[in-house]
Design a protein around this ligand. Structure first.
Ligand code: ZN
Ligand code: ZN
Length: 352
């Protein structure tokens, strides 16, 4: 395919300074594919990288939640062809370290992710190794496919701790990951899900997704309410998808004895716990799980593929998460708005 060989991309110069500029289209080698991006989501972590600059990694293009069309393949590429519709799995693992050899690719000692350590997908085109591409069925559109990455992370966080049919679950933080977790635990048999946030707009989306126990923690003491609703028992499983010191602490107090707490949201500050909460962790014999990225092990079915099946079957509602769509040309204003919290956003995507 003939390209002008220049493309638009969002270039991060330094903290707080991102602009849409014209840069050369990446050149592929014989083992790579060139993908024309059709939809790419802005992750909360992109906003953090924007706010603090990308150092220590030397790259300029953020974006790791995307889908597009293959428009060029190197001569040794056989697994994908031109015109294939694909999602990009952004993690590039070394394949050699102990964790890669045991299938834990996201824990790779030499972990690289497109858009977080090398140039990513806030661009018209991106070069990718075919092993990082997931082919899309015809009835999954690009916008939905751009939500595959957060869907896979949400599912992975549940797999870490395990959910049982009949479990009562609390999800603190109803951003995209939290709302996906809430949906997944319901699919997997949770009896009751408390969806908690301080933004009414996000709880509104939760209600639209069928969540009936929505708590606005701005107006109510969410721990007290959850304890009251569970007759002082607490919930079986708590997910902190907000990533704040407040929700971190609340998570520990909402779990029942022998309960499980999953920390998914990136905590960007020091967390100090009151002694009472620390004692609750001990006395209630809680299990705390950390979550990073997702599983891509082929067996059992990895979280990307599972997410794709559930999106295709329309059992996972990803479209309702998207509140804003923009053009890449708008990247400077969009990032400033989101970082400055001047407007309520859930999932924001760039469409091409
Ligand atoms: Zn992300
Ligand atoms: Zn590795």
């Amino acid at each position: 395919m003939e390209l002008s060989r220049m493309m638009k991309a969002g270039i991060l110069h330094k903290a707080g300074n991102i602009h849409c500029e014209s840069i050369p289209v990446p050149e592929i080698n014989s083992g790579e594919a060139l993908v024309a991006i059709k939809a790419v989501g802005i992750c909360g972590s992109d906003i953090l990288r924007f706010s603090r600059g990308v150092s220590p990694y030397n790259f300029r293009v953020l974006g790791h939640e995307c889908a597009g069309e293959v428009i060029e393949v190197g001569k040794n590429v056989t697994s994908v062809k031109v015109k294939d519709r694909v999602a990009i799995m952004p993690v590039i693992s070394c394949g050699k370290c102990d964790f890669c050899r045991s299938g834990e690719y996201s824990l790779c000692d030499n972990f690289i992710r497109m858009g977080t350590r090398i140039d990513g997908c806030f661009a018209e085109y991106v070069k990718v190794s075919p092993g990082n591409l997931l082919k899309l069925p015809d009835n999954v559109d690009y916008e939905s496919a751009s939500i595959l990455e957060p869907s896979a992370i949400a599912l992975h966080s549940i797999k870490r701790a395990g959910v049982l049919p009949g479990d009562v679950v609390a999800v603190l933080g109803c951003g995209p990951i939290g709302l996906l977790i809430a949906q997944w635990v319901k699919i997997l048999g949770a009896r009751r899900v408390f969806a908690i946030d301080i933004a009414e707009e996000k709880l509104e989306i939760a209600r639209k997704m069928g969540m009936t126990d929505c708590i606005n923690a701005k107006n109510e003491d969410s721990v007290e309410l959850v304890m009251r609703e569970t007759r002082s028992r607490g919930v079986d499983l708590v997910f902190d998808s907000a990533g704040s010191k407040i929700t971190f602490e609340q998570s520990m107090r909402m779990a029942r004895k022998l309960g499980k707490v999953v920390i998914v949201g990136l905590v960007e500050e020091d967390v100090t716990l009151p002694q009472e909460t620390v004692l609750a962790i001990l006395r209630h014999e809680l299990t705390i799980y950390g979550v990073y990225d997702t599983d891509t092990k082929p067996i059992p079915l990895n979280s990307w593929q599972t997410s794709l099946y559930f999106i295709e079957a329309q059992r996972l509602d990803v479209k309702s998460l998207i509140t804003h769509r923009f053009k890449i040309e708008d990247i400077a204003t969009v990032f400033k708005k989101i970082a400055g919290q001047r407007e309520k956003f859930n999932k924001v995507i760039f469409v091409f």
